[in-house]
Design a protein around this ligand. Structure first.
Ligand SMILES: Nc1ncnc2c1ncn2[C@@H]1O[C@H](COP(=O)(O)OP(=O)(O)OP(=O)(O)O)[C@@H](O)[C@H]1O
Length: 354
């Protein structure tokens, strides 16, 4: 669907993409990176809207440098920011966008009705967009990306500004774009966890370079980590330490990395989970020690937090200076293997998870 080879984009002061080589197949692919990682820049190049400085890119086998128009005929685009006209209804706007994509009037109206129904805006379709909530505006943006029945859609931060329920609804809508209609999706986010729930494949970029590209199952298999927090007791005045020693003695693998700047920092053990038995081992060990279990949850990380936390630990462990990009890459490769985003499973009780 998408292939780039040594793709670079340099602005006068910033290198937004740095020799990025990617190969993305059909399905739902997540493009994850912190703010400024280069996600929007990549999308604009793929649409033929912005020229690359170096390297090549092809979308659906078409060269972005020479076939921008043909690419945009077959690809839908949902931009990050909205520039929706407030005084027209969703129907008027989406019909207009369908007409701009070349659909005849009747087909444009029919496709608009179908698409607005699909994104859950059918009831509200005649109200002016200016009165819509953020979630409804995001759905209008999604509808206009889908209305011309593209083969691929590029969605730039579609969950931006949504509350947790809105995010979940948007993510399941995105999933259904592929499962119900066979339209492949490239979706960006700075939240690794939400893309892992939705995507078949995840690509991580930072500073315009590729950190990792792998199937979601590979990702989650290697990233299962349990965060465990316990109370102290009279017998074990340092409950965390007692649990660390008992789990290590029982053969569990604990990560040296500590949590910074989060509730319970310094009291959270990160245990590598090899399956359900790890949950049982932690539960039984906590019970044997007679300390209280505050939380036991599968780890979900904000991608930027992953980089920051590991970069910090690395400084302690490896004082040798690194090039910034190499350090970030090392940190991410290391952390991505250890951070565990997937669905949070809370088996403990007490305080909220992080
Ligand atoms: N037109 C431009 N002129 C100069 N610098 C730019 C331009 N567009 C993007 N950049 C810079 O390129 C880098 C990558 O930006 P980009 O918007 O692609 O990141 P992003 O991953 O999409 O992040 P965000 O989610 O914050 O938009 C940033 O440092 C940004 O400031």
């Amino acid at each position: 669907m998408i292939a780039t080879e040594s793709l670079s984009k340099r602005f006068p002061r910033v290198t937004a993409l740095d020799r990025l080589s990617l190969d993305i197949g059909p399905g739902v692919t997540g493009l994850v990176g912190a703010n400024g990682a280069g996600k929007s820049t990549l999308i604009k190049i793929l649409l033929g809207l912005s020229p690359a400085t170096e390297g090549t890119a092809a979308v659906l086998g078409l060269d972005v440098a020479t076939s921008g128009g043909a690419i945009r005929e077959q690809v839908g685009y949902m931009p990050e920011h909205d520039a929706l006209p407030p005084d027209v209804s969703a129907t008027e706007f989406v019909v207009h966008m369908a007409r701009m994509s070349g659909l005849p009037p009747t087909a444009a109206r029919e496709r608009t009705a179908d698409t607005l129904r699909h994104v859950g805006l059918y009831e509200e379709r005649y109200r002016p967009i200016g009165g819509y909530s953020t979630g409804m505006k995001q759905r209008v943006k999604l509808a206009q990306a889908l209305v011309h029945d593209p083969k691929l859609v590029l969605l730039d931060e579609p969950t931006n500004g949504l509350d947790p329920v809105g995010r979940d609804e948007m993510l399941s809508l995105i999933r259904r774009i592929y499962t119900d209609f066979g339209i492949s999706v490239l979706v960006t986010s700075h939240l690794l966890g939400e893309l892992e729930r939705t995507c078949d494949h995840v690509v991580v970029i930072d500073g315009g370079t590729l950190l990792r590209s792998s199937s979601t199952s590979d990702f989650t298999q290697t990233t299962a980590t349990l965060a465990v927090e316990v109370t102290d007791s009279d017998t074990h005045p340092d409950g965390t330490r007692a649990l660390r020693e008992a789990l290590t003695a029982a053969g569990a693998k604990l990560h040296a990395r500590v949590e910074d700047g989060l509730p319970g920092a310094g009291h959270i053990l990160l245990v590598e989970a090899t399956g359900e038995q790890t949950y049982d081992l932690v539960r039984d060990t906590v019970a044997d020690l007679g300390v209280g279990l505050v939380r036991m949850e599968q780890r979900r990380h904000h991608i930027a937090e992953v980089f920051r936390t590991d970069a910090h630990t690395e400084t302690d462990a490896e004082p040798a200076a690194r090039e910034p990009v190499a350090a970030a890459q090392h940190a991410a490769q290391h952390s991505v293997q250890h951070a565990a985003p997937h669905a949070v499973q809370q088996k403990g009780h007490g305080r909220d998870g992080i």
